[in-house]
Design a protein around this ligand. Structure first.
Ligand SMILES: [Zn+2]
Length: 299
């Protein structure tokens, strides 16, 4: 069993995108259930996204949610800025179907403002993840300008031009990102590069099962099956066993399914499976420290 493979559990806290408005109490109950599962299965090590978007620009940056984020960070979890600019409809004044992620005049102030808000609350973001894997070099520059050093949008192999997802040929394990091309490692002399933790991928096929959702070739609890997620983990573990280098990848699970036994059980099962096959659960910041430590040891 490999001992050099680390898994970041990326918790997407978006309310169910296809149903009616969710009351705060309902969301917090689901968040609480996810926290219980992750405490039991992963010692609480996880990255939790905080959503902003056209119809909920500030909702998750205010009580009662800020209290929940504070409890999470005090227990060691990391927070992730997660703009979903297109999921809940385009921002005011934009045509349906346009992609906000290419519009840096929209994205940059939004990123800077949301990062500042959380820093002022004393619960700063550790990382960034765009909706639909959307990311551009200009967004990367804004993320760094905001003081965030870790990025989680990469799904290797995924290319959705209409969502600014361009991860063809991206590394299968964590890397420092080229400022010019997010799917390439930074040059050795590039300073201040973003640390990217890609989604676990089997490297067999990009997600093709559903439009604009990575499926069975990645680890995503709501859009896959237990056997498929296990196969992806086996591929990651096999890569780890074949190299002394650290393997650092992420997976995604959504809070909106909490309370539904099918999804809760599947999540617990894949976490148990990964742990039994080498996975050590870490936050993005811990993953970066491990990576930097290995690089320093080699230098
Ligand atoms: Zn999301």
């Amino acid at each position: 069993m490999p001992s050099n493979v680390y898994l970041v559990i990326n918790v997407d806290t978006d309310p169910d995108p296809v149903s009616v408005y969710q009351e705060d109490a309902s969301l917090l109950k689901k968040y609480g259930r996810m926290r219980e599962i992750l405490a039991e299965k992963a010692g609480g090590a996880a990255a939790w996204t905080v959503l902003t978007g056209p119809i909920c620009r500030d909702r998750f940056f205010e009580p009662p949610f800020t209290g929940f984020w504070r409890e999470l960070t005090e227990a060691g979890a990391d927070l992730v800025l997660h703009p979903e600019e297109d999921l809940y409809g385009p921002p005011p004044g934009r045509e349906p179907g346009t992609c906000s992620y290419y519009d840096i005049d929209h994205m940059r102030p939004l990123i800077l403002q949301k990062v500042r808000t959380m820093r002022e609350l004393g619960i700063p973001f550790a990382a960034y993840r765009g909706g639909y894997h959307g990311f551009t070099p200009e967004i990367g520059a804004a993320v760094k300008e905001a003081g965030i050093g870790i990025e989680l949008s990469c799904a290797p192999g995924i290319v959705w031009e209409d969502k600014a997802a361009a991860w063809q040929g991206a590394p299968l394990t964590a890397y420092y990102m080229s400022a010019a091309d997010q799917a390439r490692p930074a040059a050795a002399d590039e300073t201040d590069a973003l640390f990217e933790i890609p989604w676990a991928w089997d490297a067999v096929a990009p997600g093709t099962a559903r439009p604009r959702v990575v499926g069975e070739n990645y680890i995503i609890n709501e859009f896959s099956t237990l056997p498929a997620m296990q196969r992806v983990w086996d591929a990651v573990a096999a890569r780890a066993a074949a190299t002394p280098e650290l393997q650092i990848v992420s997976m995604v699970c959504h809070t909106y399914t909490m309370g539904q036994s099918e999804y809760e059980e599947r999540l617990m099962a894949i976490l148990s499976y990964a742990a039994a096959h080498g996975a050590r659960f870490v936050t993005p910041r811990a993953a970066k420290s491990l990576f930097d430590g290995q690089s320093a040891a080699k230098a």
